[in-house]
Design a protein around this ligand. Structure first.
Ligand code: ADP
Ligand code: K
Ligand code: ZN
Length: 437
C-alpha cells in the first residue's frame, strides 16, 4: 500500500492562485465576524478608518490594524471572545514565557481545525495509524500536550499521553510499547537523549523513527545532536496559543523550513519598528491572521517572532509557503553593553565549535552602570576528566568565537556535568538579573 504522505492533499498541494482565492473568501467573512462580535477590534478598525466593506481580499489585509499581546492582556480573559461563551468547549493558555498569560478560547470547530493541522504535521513526519506516538509535551493549559494528542488521534496513531517529566519512565514506555514517534520540546528531547545514553541503551534498541519537536527555538546543530542520540529524524513544528497551538506550521522531509497552514492562517512579515509589510524573503516580525477560527479570531496578530517567509518549489510537493526557524523573538533579544544578542547566536557557537552538550545558561547583570555577561557551559563527563590545559584552551576558543560573532566579550564559565538544571518543557536559557530590580 502506498504510504499516505499528505493529510489533506487538496489543500497542501493547492495552486497558489487558488489558495489566495480561498484565503480572500475566508478573510472577508472573518473580518465581518470580528466587526460584528468584538467591540474592541471594531474600535481599532474605526480608529484606522476601515470598515468591513474595505476588505475585499488578501490584497486589502494591510489596511487592518494590528493586534499585539498588550491588546490581549488588556482584554484578559475574554474581552476578545467572538462567540457566546456557551459555544466554547475549551480554553488553553500561553506558558507565560514573556509575562502575564493569555487565555485562548476554542469552539469545537476550532479544536477540529487545530487538530487537523497537527495531523498534517504528523503525516508529513511519516506518521500513520500504524505508529505509536508518545506525547511528552506537558498536558494542561499549555497547548503542546493537548494539540499533539488530538492530532495523533485524528491520524489514528496509538497515542501515549505521557506528559513531560519522569524521564526514565518515558524511556521505559518507549521500550515496552515500541514508540516510533516522540513529540516534546527540543530541550526535553535532548535531555531524553542524554538519559538514554546514561541508562546504557543504544538508539538502535529503540524503535523511534521520527520526532516532532517545537514550542521553543532550537538550532540545526541541536537537531543533529538529537537525531544522533535518539536515532530518529527530527521535524520542527511551530505554533502559538493565540492562533491555536502547535501546527500553525510544520516541517516536511526536506527539513528546510516549516510549511504554514495557509488555508487557516495568513502570514505576513513586517518591519517591527514601522509596521510596514515587507516583501517575501525579507527578515522581520511574523504576523498571523486567523481566517477560520470562530471563538478567538485574531486579525494581524504580531507574534514578535523574527522570521523569513519563502515560497519556492518543495520536493515534498506541498505548495504552502515556508517559514524559516524563528530566529528568536523580538522580546527574547538581549541588549548587553548596547549590543543586540539573541540566545540562538550563542547556541550556534557552543554547539558547533565546542561540541558541547546543549546545556548552557546566559547570565546578565549590571554592576554599577556596566552590564556583565556570563555564559555558563556545562562540560561533558569526558571533558570533565580532561587536563586543565585542554579545558582552558577550550575556554579561550569559545571566548574568541563569541567575540567574533557578537562583537562583545563574555565571561565563559565551564561548569561541572549536571550542574545546569534540565528542562522538561521550554528551557530557561537566560537569567537577566537586571530585570529583577
Ligand atoms: P509563550 O508566549 O508564553 O511561550 P506559547 O506557549 O503559546 O506561549 O508559545 C508560543 C511561542 O513559542 C511562539 O511565539 C514562539 O516564540 C515559540 N515557538 C513555538 N514553536 C517554535 C519553534 N518551532 N521554533 C521556535 N520557536 C517556537
Ligand atoms: K492505531
Ligand atoms: Zn515540503
Amino acid at each position: 500500500m502506498a504510504e499516505k504522505i499528505y493529510w489533506d492533499k487538496d489543500i497542501e498541494t493547492m495552486e497558489h492562485d487558488k489558495m489566495v482565492a480561498l484565503q480572500s473568501e475566508r478573510l472577508v467573512k472573518q473580518v465581518r465576524h470580528v466587526w460584528d462580535n468584538v467591540p474592541y477590534y471594531r474600535r481599532l478598525m474605526e480608529e484606522k478608518g476601515v470598515t468591513p466593506d474595505d476588505i475585499k481580499g488578501v490584497e486589502d489585509l494591510h489596511k487592518l490594524p494590528f493586534i499585539s499581546k498588550a491588546d490581549l492582556r488588556e482584554n484578559y480573559p475574554d474581552g476578545m471572545l467572538a462567540v457566546p461563551k456557551s459555544e466554547c468547549v475549551r480554553i488553553q493558555s500561553t506558558s507565560g514565557t514573556t509575562g502575564k498569560r493569555v487565555v485562548a478560547f476554542y469552539t469545537q470547530n476550532d479544536v477540529d481545525m487545530w487538530e487537523n493541522c497537527v495531523a498534517r504535521a504528523i503525516t508529513a513526519a511519516g506518521g500513520t495509524k500504524d505508529d505509536v506516538l508518545q506525547v511528552a509535551y506537558g498536558y494542561g493549559l499549555f497547548t503542546g500536550g493537548a494539540g499533539i494528542h488530538g492530532g495523533s488521534h485524528k491520524v489514528g496513531c496509538l497515542t501515549l499521553p505521557m506528559s513531560s517529566g519522569n524521564t526514565e519512565r518515558q524511556i521505559q514506555f518507549m521500550q515496552d510499547l515500541g514508540t516510533t514517534i516522540l513529540c516534546c520540546t527540543p530541550s526535553y528531547a535532548a535531555y531524553i537523549g542524554e538519559t538514554v545514553k546514561e541508562m546504557g541503551i543504544s538508539p538502535d534498541e529503540l524503535k523511534l523513527k521520527a520526532g516532532i519537536f517545537g514550542a521553543e527555538p532550537w538550532t540545526e546543530e541541536m537537531r543533529q545532536e538529537i537525531e544522533k542520540s535518539l536515532g530518529l529524524k527530527a521535524y520542527d513544528i511551530y505554533g502559538l496559543t493565540e492562533t491555536s497551538g502547535p501546527g500553525v506550521a510544520f516541517e516536511c522531509e526536506e527539513q528546510t523550513g516549516m510549511h504554514i497552514n495557509e488555508d487557516n492562517f495568513i502570514a505576513e512579515i513586517i518591519d517591527p519598528d514601522t509596521g510596514e509589510v515587507l516583501p517575501e524573503g525579507s527578515k522581520g516580525e511574523l504576523v498571523f491572521t486567523s481566517i477560520t477560527k470562530e471563538a478567538f479570531p485574531l486579525l494581524r496578530y504580531r507574534t514578535r517572532d523574527i522570521c523569513i517567509l519563502t515560497r519556492g518549489k518543495c520536493s515534498c510537493g506541498r505548495t504552502l509557503v515556508k517559514m524559516c526557524k524563528p530566529m528568536g523573538r523580538s522580546d527574547d533579544m538581549l541588549i548587553i553593553k548596547g549590543v543586540n544578542v539573541f540566545p540562538s547566536q550563542i547556541e550556534t557557537v557552543l554547539l558547533k565549535d565546542f561540541n558541547a552538550t546543549p546545556n548552557y545558561q546566559i547570565v546578565v547583570d549590571r554592576v554599577g552602570n556596566v552590564d556583565t555577561f556570563e555564559i555558563k557551559v556545562e562540560l561533558s563527563d569526558e571533558m570533565f576528566g580532561d587536563t586543565i590545559k585542554s579545558v582552558s584552551e577550550l575556554e579561550k576558543k569559545l571566548s574568541a568565537d563569541i567575540v567574533q560573532i557578537l562583537g562583545i566579550r563574555a565571561k565563559i564559565s565551564l561548569v561541572e556535568p549536571k550542574s545546569i538544571p534540565r528542562s522538561e518543557g521550554k528551557a530557561v536559557r537566560v537569567i537577566d538579573k537586571r530585570k529583577l530590580v
